[in-house]
Design a binder for this molecule. Structure first.
Ligand SMILES: [Ca+2]
Length: 256
């Protein structure tokens, strides 16, 4: 190997140098192969008196590339990237808490007039009658047969009695023309005289007797006028210009 590297023209020179190399190698037998590859030392001049320095050899070929080096240290943190794309819409959340009530609104527009309702029970009871017969019989109900008003027919002209169909408070009155005799009349309720009127007749004149009262009646109660006394006290009178009347009507009906 060495011989080839120091080859110079001339075969003699080659042989000489090879011999020198062998000699030098024996003189440095303790050297390592590494040293031999790197260092090319000529033998000492003293050991070889006939040594001649050769021409320097050509530079060697490039060696095999070395192994890869270790990884370098981490670099500095890079700049913040751009925002990503907007993700899909999420699910609907739970309902919120019910809020407090709002303020009271304004009054609405009045509605239309309603249809007529069913007829309520009509509490009506009234009569007004007059005397037609001049001959009044004492101690029996006076029969007033001149009818001014008797819409409900609660007064019976055949008996002279008012019949209560609606319990409640009633008003009764009578205005009697007195002629030729005195008058004594009573207003009866259920066979009992409740009110008395007495008028003494003045000769050659016309007198009047009257009375009025409020009475509470139950269903079925009867009310009438009747002369008490005798034939001298039945001076009730009526003609085309004088009337004797009997009137009654319901003031309040009972509510219970
Ligand atoms: Ca009188």
């Amino acid at each position: 190997m060495w011989g080839l590297q120091v080859w110079i023209p001339g075969r003699r020179m080659l042989l000489l140098q090879a011999a020198l190399l062998i000699l030098a190698h024996s003189s440095y037998g303790q050297s390592t192969m590494a040293e031999e590859a790197v260092v090319l030392q000529p033998p000492a001049k003293e050991s070889c008196p006939g040594w001649m320095a050769g021409i320097p050899g050509h530079p060697g070929h490039n060696g095999v590339p070395g192994r890869d080096g270790r990884d370098g240290a981490h670099g500095e943190k890079g700049e913040k990237g751009d925002p990503g794309l907007i993700g899909p819409k999420g699910d609907a959340g739970d309902g919120g808490v019910t809020g407090v009530g709002g303020p009271r609104g304004f009054p609405g527009v009045p509605g239309r007039k309603g249809e007529p309702g069913e007829s309520a029970h009509v509490y009506r009871s009234a009569f007004s009658v007059g005397l037609s017969n001049k001959d009044t019989v004492p101690n029996v109900p006076i029969r007033f047969t001149k009818i001014f008003y008797n819409q409900q027919n609660h007064y019976d002209g055949t008996t002279g009695k008012f019949h209560c169909n609606i319990p409640g408070l009633y008003y009764f009155s009578y205005h009697i023309t007195v002629y030729l005799k005195d008058v004594k009349v009573s207003l009866y309720k259920k066979d009992k005289a409740m009110l008395f009127t007495y008028d003494k007749y003045q000769e050659m004149d016309l007198d009047q007797a009257s009375g009025s009262v409020l009475l509470h009646l139950e269903l079925g109660d009867e009310v009438w006028l009747q002369v008490y006394g005798n034939e001298d006290h039945n001076g009730l009178y009526a003609d085309n210009v004088n009337d004797s009347t009997f009137t009654g009507f319901l003031l309040y009906h009972d509510t219970n």
